[in-house]
Design a protein around this ligand. Structure first.
Ligand SMILES: Cc1cc2nc3c(=O)[nH]c(=O)nc-3n(C[C@H](O)[C@H](O)[C@H](O)COP(=O)(O)OP(=O)(O)OC[C@H]3O[C@@H](n4cnc5c(N)ncnc54)[C@H](O)[C@@H]3O)c2cc1C
Length: 484
């Protein structure tokens, strides 16, 4: 296939040339209400209740302090309780609680997790500093002298301090600049220490924490909050994926080469429709071979749900994605999920534009399977060269059977096909009334969202799935700038 835009009927669409100037025609579309359903509201309500409990514990257990150091000690104790409670929320945000995951989406939950994380470290750091200053002032000793007394005589304070150091390390390595310089696996292992950090701090809280030592009811509430937090983590991140993968007997069925650097992996299983997976969703995949069992990587389904098979299509981008080609039929698979809200039912209308960049075609291909055949759909598939167009035979086969679907390939470099408002409105004149689905490299997603913004497509009608662990939490549209 030579470069140029092509339709399902293999006729190259002319390059965007003389295009009408339509930038000012913004439809006055009302902003659709936020898709806020019960789960997030209940979660917010429970989190507020928890916060009320924590504040209640501090108010009910505080002993009136007087004399030098009283205020810093009091503030230090507030920081300890609020910081630890925030740490529990940070863990719950990535515990993959299905109801929340389905309504909010993993990428947003992770974004909230990333935003709340620094507050935990700041509050715990303030606790360490303020309590040490407070006690040093009340005992008229130096800050270092008091620190040594704490670490050498108070039970569980040395492990707690080690926990604090691990928390700071995990925090610093999660800082975006640092994260970009680390291999995902290295970052992931470092991040695991956060759980150890929280566990190490736990014992000094209930064994020397003024709120808990003399108030058993407060101690039991505190233990209860820990049990709920780590219970949710174990159930939804370990128990449920293991149970489901064994119950559905997930195994490698076949590995099919799609292109020189891309393979499709077919996973067989029993009664997979019970997984209630939607086209466009992804799983965290763990392949139980001696080399790969320890790491889980996210890959989207590249075909809609099927009671017998799940399919992923993966581009060789590094050691894990490369090793998929060597998977043997029969190998057991643990699938964590399904995750993601990049699905056909996220749309707001019956006009859809699908934009795929490179391997970003995988969830788009799966969304197609869930989209009703009469929904008028344009699929624009961007690739640098024809060989990079994977799954195109399937797309054409679907287009041949579905008159409401038009598939066009934008093969060439960015100069040939600049992804901007002009190009999109030229290729799809009524794009302003459509739901836009975009998946691909970060810059591609940003360009499409920027174009949607310029064309006045409401933000809630632009759905994106970023294949990147580094993707920014938010895009500042209109500025061309990526925030954070
Ligand atoms: C929601 C989602 C869906 C995805 N779907 C697909 C798909 O359908 N097909 C496909 O080819 N790729 C997909 N990816 C990308 C895929 O997860 C990475 O390419 C893969 O994990 C790379 O791992 P590696 O060891 O081969 O390469 P590495 O060299 O380790 O990493 C290559 C790049 O992938 C990122 N990465 C590595 N591990 C992870 C991880 N566990 N989570 C997130 N990012 C990671 C790294 O930050 C780096 O930018 C998806 C990513 C996400 C977040």
């Amino acid at each position: 296939m030579s470069s140029g835009a092509r339709t399902g009927q293999r006729r190259a669409a002319p390059r965007p040339g003389k295009r009408p100037d339509v930038l000012r025609t913004r439809p006055g579309l009302p902003a659709a209400p936020d898709a806020y359903d019960r789960a997030p509201a209940v979660a917010l309500w429970l989190a507020s209740l928890g916060l009320g409990l924590v504040v209640g514990i501090q108010l009910a257990t505080r002993s009136p302090l007087s004399g030098p150091g009283a205020l810093p000690t009091e503030l230090g104790r507030w920081c300890a309780l609020l910081g630890t409670y925030a740490a529990m929320l940070v863990v719950l945000l990535v515990a993959r609680i299905p109801a929340l995951e389905r309504s909010v989406g993993l990428d947003r939950m992770v974004a909230y997790h990333r935003r709340l994380g620094p507050a935990v470290i700041l509050l715990i750091a303030a606790h360490v500093l303020l309590v040490t200053i407070g006690y040093a002032m009340s005992e008229s000793v130096s800050f270092l002298g008091e620190s040594w007394t704490f670490l050498s005589t108070y039970s569980w304070l040395l492990p707690a301090f080690a926990g604090f150091a691990l928390m700071v390390m995990a925090g610093v390595t999660s800082w975006r600049v640092a994260r970009r310089r680390m291999k995902y696996e290295t970052w992931w292992v470092t991040h695991l220490y956060l759980y150890l950090a929280i566990a190490l701090a736990y014992m000094h809280q209930i064994s020397v924490g003024q709120q808990f030592v003399t108030h058993p009811w407060a101690r039991w509430i505190w233990i209860g909050l820990y049990v709920i937090t780590f219970g949710a983590l174990l159930v939804f991140r370990v128990g449920l994926p293991l149970y489901r993968s064994l119950h559905h007997d997930l195994r490698i069925h076949a590995v099919v080469r799609e292109s020189p650097d891309t393979v499709s992996v077919w996973i067989s299983g029993r009664g997979l429709d019970a997984l209630a997976v939607r086209g466009g969703q992804f799983f965290g995949w763990r392949f139980l071979t001696p080399q790969m069992w320890w790491e889980s990587h996210p890959y989207s389904l590249s075909a809609g749900p099927d009671p017998r098979y799940l399919r992923i299509t993966v581009k060789d981008l590094g050691d894990h994605s490369r090793s998929l080609a060597r998977l043997r039929p029969g190998t057991r698979v643990v699938a964590e999920g399904p995750y993601g809200v990049f699905t056909a039912d996220a749309r707001h209308g019956e006009r859809v534009v699908l934009l795929a960049g490179g391997v970003g075609i995988t969830p788009i291909r799966a969304v197609l399977d869930d989209l009703p055949a009469d929904v008028r759909t344009d699929l624009l598939y961007r690739a640098p060269k024809t060989q990079a167009l994977i799954l195109h035979k399937e797309l054409e086969a679907i287009a041949a059977k579905r008159s409401a679907l038009r598939v066009r390939y934008l093969v060439g470099n960015r100069r040939d096909y600049p992804i901007d408002a002009r190009t999109l409105i030229y290729l799809v004149p009524d794009i302003q009334s459509a739901d836009i689905y975009v998946c691909g490299p970060e810059s591609f997603i940003h360009a499409v969202r920027e174009a949607g913004h310029v064309l006045g497509v409401p933000a809630h009608k632009v759905h994106h799935e970023a294949f990147s662990f580094h993707s920014p939490d938010t895009y500042e549209l209109g500025s061309g700038k990526v925030v954070r």
